[in-house]
Ligand binder design. Sequence first.
Ligand code: PXP
Length: 242
Amino acid sequence: MLYQRLYVNIDHVATVRQARGGTAPDPVAAALLCEQAGADGVTAHLREDRRHVQDDDVLRLAATITTVLNFECAATDEMVSLAEQIRPFAVTLVPERRAEVTTEGGLDVVRGAEVIRSALERLKRAGVKSSLFIDADTEAVRRSVDLGADAVELHTGPYAHTLGDPRALYALSASAALGATRGIHVHAGHGLCADNVGPVAAIPEIEELNIGHALVGRAIFIGLGDAIREIRSVMDQSRRGP
Ligand code: PXP
């Protein structure tokens, strides 16, 4: 089975820093550790309210990391302009609601179609790969293909929060299979940890996982490098099969 990439979401390191408003822990230093431990890329979400990652973090990440930057943001003019300026390897467009604790659901690719389409066109012109964070829903996959995205990131929250409900897992595998058939790259993420990542990692069409909170939480106990190696090994084992 094709190698599956692991991108580490370092927002949660920035959240700890912002709790005290200083400079430590530095998410850029954490990103470098992630890379040393085998992460294939770094994901950073710059929220409109700047509650964790700051603009300067994104600029420093873009200039420092040796893998690739997946810049996660809402499809606003401000964020797309920043992406045009820094030209990260990829941009993942996500919905943002001010009061949410974390990203709660996938993009509304029907009502938001025109805004998303125009953001995707701008990213394409800037030479940046695009991904849409969507619910694991075959209609949302079809719409994402029609909108011209390079990839979709399937929301694994419903699977993670129902402790691996087979229906949620089926929705992920059906959406991933459809995406691959329609020629769009398939990523997944949200709420994944070493205990629940196996069945998602085993879905052959999923090329990349974005994982953050569980890794940073686990790092408190075993260190960031070992937390990454632990989840990497579950992913690899799952793709090898029983
Ligand atoms: N993908 C997207 C689009 C996200 O917003 C998040 C949240 O940080 C993640 C993946 C990673 O989720 P988690 O932090 O729960 O691993």
